[in-house]
Design a protein around this ligand. Sequence first.
Ligand SMILES: Nc1ncnc2c1ncn2[C@@H]1O[C@H](COP(=O)(O)OP(=O)(O)OP(=O)(O)O)[C@@H](O)[C@H]1O
Ligand SMILES: [Mg+2]
Length: 273
Amino acid sequence: MKSAAMRERELALLELIEKLRLEGASKLAGKIIAIVSAKGSQGKTLLAKELGWILDLIVADLDWAGGCVSRLLGCIAAQLTSDRLIEAIFDPKGRAPRLHRSRGRPDLVLGSDALEENQPPPDRMTELLLSWTRQWQQKRPQGVLVDTHPSSSAALGAAQAADLVLMPVMFGTGELDALETALDKLRDFPLLLVPNATPRKLEHLPGYESKRLLALAQHYDVPISQAFIRHQSWLPHRQLRTVIAASPSFGAKTADLTDDTTALAQEVIRYAA
Ligand SMILES: Nc1ncnc2c1ncn2[C@@H]1O[C@H](COP(=O)(O)OP(=O)(O)OP(=O)(O)O)[C@@H](O)[C@H]1O
Ligand SMILES: [Mg+2]
């Protein structure tokens, strides 16, 4: 049995998500948000599926490795009869890929393993995303969130098309080295750094890495989100291929994560709208 306090917390979250989905669809319609990182495993795909749902965005999966958002949501392009993403990239008429819709998941452009070999150059990927976004608006106004493969040309194309570029970063030496390289390259983009897998209490943030992150943000004049995504030790072992924020009920752990992702979603609206 859930405690009355937990039930109250759950109801507040469900209400907030309903409100954010309406706000996301209206304020982010036609906007493009890219999630990029120079290093892998920073939490891009986690954020793509959760923010995609919370803000009612189309999620375009431009990754091809096993850890892509389509797979994490149990939707595998190879099970379809056609590879909609690759067909759209080469479509002489420039038609946008058809969206994969299923209950409790954001509308998806399914990823394709063939993208690695068939990535358009960055400027072409930018053109395609801008054109597809315009076409999708004719059916239903919505923003587009692009999940990417680290340091790929498709990721650069998505960043060039984006109104906001989210860059999740974990607090480690290699992670911050990679961030520095990425900031050097993307310093003029509309970036928002998102600290991920942080300690539960901010006073426990590692001192050296926190100072280094702040120094990088100041040097490159890039904002850091107020919302931090705290470390959830159960997340890598979660077997359900669902959006956590789309669940009709929450436990303490999933509510903790969703507190963080909904706080980030509100910032995304402020930055991108
Ligand atoms: N806040 C967090 N707490 C605990 N684990 C996390 C957190 N964020 C992400 N993870 C875990 O880290 C791993 C990498 O996350 P994710 O796949 O979202 O990263 P990614 O940047 O998309 O990686 P890739 O570059 O390989 O696509 C996953 O096992 C995920 O469950
Ligand atoms: Mg990923």
